[in-house]
Design a binder for this molecule. Structure first.
Ligand code: SF4
Length: 478
């Protein structure tokens, strides 16, 4: 092939709306899904393959949470930068191989800021090298100096254009500097604002942008405080609020309440109360609705609007067109690639231009007209509820699935259905398998942490006693 021919071929591949590997991975995911979740709203297998997370890369944490999703051995594993980077590399390589060249992945432990800023930065770089858009999971109790060293080289050059963090703030967590045992959610508001303000400063001083998600574990004790958490913090810099009703998984010493008393609807209604709007979670479905509810939208001034209105047939037709024609496109790709990919798709399917314009006009009307759009502040805001499952259900369900059996017990059967539609995968390079995060935490974590404890023992120092009784914060998904 001539050089010009090779160049054109490369250009064609680079600007292909959805590359072949992604298409194949999505088709496989769709085929694996239980028939009941292959709905017109289903995003798995039609727009992406789901989310990914790390495990066993830094299991330890310097907080104490009740409940805690990690096994009790997690805190006896030393945080070790080279181990983290090597493991992240191996896990991401497998995810890249099985799920294609682009996905969102969570750098999650343990507490990520227990890594040095340089090791943390290298772990993120490794994830990006495997085509993963990383998000660091943290309790948020670190200083601006840490963030700056993470984002900026010693010579002042930014390491990255953009950082994503999911920060966990709630009253189930103990050990935060300045407020070791918060009395209620409101007392944490200054800490939430302080965390978000560090990223505003980072952008101002170094031009590094950020995406911030707020995570909250929900228990019977704090469920009624959800509305105020949203109302008080929706303007401080977060663009996503994620709520995880607590489950009986991880360290049993930290299960103090009746988690089964909280229904999905009850928690979701509290989230709606805080958002000040009905949250339409059936516009797009991510896996099984019993695991995930997600409402994508935006605030216009004080009011939240869904990006698509499920009561409007034209909007639902737009959803269908989006999944049919734009599903699988990597919207986080650099603009120089994204724009030609969208143009190619529009040239092939010109009707999508009219559909997009129609949606835009309807949406402007729905939010109050052009003057409202120009006058009010518009802030993208997504609400998520992710419900991990109880270990006592996951363990037998998984055991039977491994044998190719389906349970007759309705609870175990439901667990199996949800595991089959899981949207949150973790990689095991040693076996070449991916497992649902529920399986990782309910079944595999104890043994894994036991092995890591031997591999990475804590140094025999007096200050290790300080950490006695401090477990990792609750790990959250999506
Ligand atoms: S990790 Fe568990 S709760 Fe989350 S999507 Fe997967 S199966 Fe459902």
């Amino acid at each position: 092939m001539s050089r010009a021919g090779a160049w054109l071929r490369r250009l064609e591949v680079l600007t292909r709306p959805v590359d072949n590997e992604t298409r194949q991975a999505m088709d496989r995911r769709w085929a694996e899904l239980p028939a009941a979740v292959r709905t017109p709203a289903q995003a798995l297998g039609r727009h992406g393959v789901g989310c990914e997370g790390t495990h066993g890369v830094f299991p330890r944490c310097n907080f104490s949470c009740s409940p805690c999703y990690h096994s009790r051995e997690a805190n006896q594993v030393r945080v070790d930068g080279p181990h983290t980077i090597a493991e992240v590399d191996r896990q991401m390589a497998l995810l890249r191989e099985v799920r294609g060249p682009s996905a969102h992945a969570q750098l999650i432990g343990g507490e990520v800021s227990q890594l040095s800023p340089e090791d943390h930065a290298e772990a993120l770089a490794v994830m990006r090298r495997h085509g993963r858009e990383p998000m660091s999971f943290t309790h948020g109790d670190f200083d601006y100096g840490y963030l700056e060293r993470l984002a900026v080289e010693p010579d002042g050059r930014p390491r990255v254009n953009r950082l994503s963090f999911a920060a966990h703030f709630d009253t189930t967590m103990f050990g935060r500097r300045g407020i070791r045992r918060p009395g209620d959610e409101q007392e944490l508001n200054p800490y939430r604002a302080r965390f978000a303000a560090m990223f505003t400063r980072l952008r101002k001083e170094h031009g590094v942008r950020s995406f911030l998600a707020h995570n909250m574990t929900v228990t019977p004790a704090n469920v009624d405080q959800i509305p105020d958490v949203i109302r008080d913090n929706r303007s401080v810099g977060f663009n996503l609020f994620s709520f995880q009703p607590a489950a009986y998984v991880g360290d049993a010493r930290r299960w103090k309440e009746d988690f089964r008393s909280m229904t999905a609807d009850a928690v979701w209604h509290r989230i709606e109360e805080g958002a000040g709007s009905r949250l339409q979670f059936r516009v797009f479905q991510v896996g099984d609705e019993r695991c995930n509810r997600t409402a994508w939208g935006f605030y216009v001034g004080e009011r939240w609007f869904s990006v698509l209105d499920e009561d409007d047939p034209a909007d639902m037709a737009t959803r269908d067109a989006f999944l049919t024609y734009l599903g699988g496109i990597h919207f986080n790709a650099p603009l120089r690639l994204l724009v030609p990919r969208l143009v190619r798709r529009a040239v092939r399917h010109p009707s999508i231009v009219g559909i997009a314009v129609g949606w835009l006009l309807r949406t402007v009307r729905r939010v109050g007209g052009l003057r409202t759009v120009l006058r009010e502040r518009i802030v993208p805001m997504t609400f998520v509820m992710h419900r991990f499952m109880h270990a006592e259900d996951v363990a037998p369900a998984w055991e039977m699935m491994e044998r190719g059996e389906t349970s007759d017990d309705p609870v175990i059967r439901e667990t199996q259905e949800r595991l089959s539609a899981c949207s949150y995968a973790m990689a095991h390079p040693e076996t070449g398998r991916l497992v649902p995060a529920c399986v990782q935490h309910s079944v595999l974590d104890p043994e894994e942490n036991h092995t890591l404890r031997v591999l990475l023992p804590l140094p025999q120092r007096r200050d290790s006693q300080r950490l006695n009784g401090h477990g990792p914060r609750v790990v959250t998904g999506v």
